[in-house]
Design a protein around this ligand. Structure first.
Ligand SMILES: Cc1cc2nc3c(=O)[nH]c(=O)nc-3n(C[C@H](O)[C@H](O)[C@H](O)COP(=O)(O)OP(=O)(O)OC[C@H]3O[C@@H](n4cnc5c(N)ncnc54)[C@H](O)[C@@H]3O)c2cc1C
Length: 411
């Protein structure tokens, strides 16, 4: 039986980043995936990285991630196409003006180059945006967007070059414990001994944790985007543009415009009722969801009423009840770690979260205090109905969910 220091289950952005940082720290790593490496939700992401997030902690981690994206090729030796045109958040409702002011304050507190700008300037920066019913605009000048597939693939390839073993098409079906301590995992290709196991199984996070008897209450939620055919006037220098109350985003992509968003009646997935060979490419997509969102911003972005669509894609990010990711030791099982609960932001924050979980596994501590992300925080009795309801609220109010207490105090 092959033996590893750490078996990482899942080669999306989070698992691949963890595998890279563990291999860099000298650990013998196996990176297992039941599908091809880096092939599930991560490569289908929009690739946006907003640095001002819902809390000080998330903002610090997002800033760290952008630093690592900027020097990704130096650190990993792998390609990374990214653009840094900044991002704009648009308020159409008077109450969101104050919300944007608070975001600007939080950004400035961390030295970020962020300000409120006039709607006219916003339309100059993003020419497809019409200056109609816009109340306020914030502009975060150094936000980035990137080619999503390169993140998990780059980290996985770099991990392999550092000695990690990549095991695509290898499904973990059992986590074997002795005295509540991880000993090995069983796969459809045999057993692997491991001193530690990291559950980074994305939409399947909860299912994999349950193999060790641990409950990680997250809800996979379908999320979709579309990309138009190339259009005259699109340039990579145009900023990512979000309309807060409609919960939609727009960015340039391969000469066309990408459009995605958070619908008010989203579709959660219970992975335990899906077949074992379900893959993200089997997900039922529904373009009408995006058309309805486009109608909500027809005044500001009329282009999406008529432009031909070249690509429509979607995946299964996982929501948590509080919007914080899940990172840390699984409660009650020695040697089992969890990394997920991406809240539709896991791709862009994977550089920092992979670095932190690696520190925890290797050194026993993280750089930031990540107690609020601990899998052990879900101790209360939360029924499945409540879990679904809270995660759904998180999803449908994605851009305007009130800042948490930590930020309110900071502002
Ligand atoms: C349309 C869309 C737009 C998005 N836009 C953004 C964005 O702009 N910015 C951002 O940061 N995030 C965005 N996201 C979210 C982002 O894609 C996720 O946060 C990220 O991909 C999560 O990565 P992951 O590694 O947890 O999951 P995944 O990429 O899904 O990887 C999990 C892996 O685990 C494997 N696995 C599962 N079970 C097992 C098992 N039993 N054995 C072995 N392997 C297993 C799966 O096969 C899979 O490959 C978007 C998502 C979508 C769908």
């Amino acid at each position: 039986m092959d033996s590893f220091d750490v078996a990482v289950i899942g080669s999306g952005a989070l698992g691949a980043s963890a595998a890279f940082h563990l291999a860099k720290a000298g650990k013998k790593v196996a990176l297992l995936d039941k599908a091809e490496i880096a092939s599930q939700t991560s490569p289908r992401a929009a690739g946006l990285s907003g640095q001002v997030r819902q809390s000080e902690l998330m903002t610090q981690l997002a800033v760290r991630s952008v630093e690592k994206i900027e020097r990704f090729t130096d650190e990993t030796g792998e390609p990374m196409v990214f653009y840094q045109p900044g991002s704009m958040s648009i308020a159409r409702l008077p109450e969101h003006e104050e919300f944007l002011r608070q975001r600007v304050l939080l950004g400035k507190k961390f030295g970020l180059d962020v300000d409120l700008i006039r709607p006219e300037e916003a339309c100059e920066r993003m020419p497809f945006l019409q200056n109609k019913s816009i109340v306020a605009v914030s502009h975060m000048r150094r936000d980035v967007y990137l080619e999503p597939r390169q993140m998990p693939l780059g980290y996985a390839t770099a991990a392999q070059k550092l000695g990690a073993t990549l095991m695509p098409n290898t499904c973990v079906s059992e986590i074997v414990l002795e005295d509540n301590t991880v000993k090995r995992v069983t796969t459809d290709k045999g057993e692997i001994a491991a001193g530690a196991v990291l559950d980074a199984a994305g939409g399947w996070l909860r299912l994999v944790a349950s193999l060790a008897g641990v409950r990680v209450p997250v809800v996979p939620m379908r999320h979709q985007l579309m990309v138009t055919v190339p259009l005259d006037g699109v340039a990579n220098t145009q900023p990512v543009t979000r309309i807060l109350d409609a919960n939609v985003y727009v960015r340039p992509d391969r000469g066309g415009l990408m459009f995605g968003g958070y619908e008010r009646n989203p579709t959660p997935y219970d992975m335990s009722s899906q077949s074992a060979d379900f893959r993200i490419e089997d997900l039922d997509l529904d373009i009408e969801v995006l058309r309805r969102l486009a109608d909500m911003v027809a005044e500001q972005f009329p282009i999406f009423q008529a432009a031909e669509i070249a690509e429509h894609r979607g995946g299964l990010p996982t929501m948590t009840i509080d919007g914080d990711h899940v990172l840390g030791r699984a409660p009650g099982v020695e040697g089992l770690y969890v990394l997920g609960g991406c809240n539709v932001g896991g791709l862009s924050i994977a550089p920092a979260l992979g670095e932190e979980i690696s520190r925890l596994i290797v050194e026993g501590k993280t750089h930031h205090d990540l107690a609020r992300m601990s899998p052990a925080r879900f101790t209360g009795e939360l029924s499945e109905t409540e879990l679904l309801e809270k995660c759904t609220q998180r999803y449908i109010n994605y851009y305007t969910y009130r800042f948490n207490d930590q930020f309110t105090a900071a502002a």
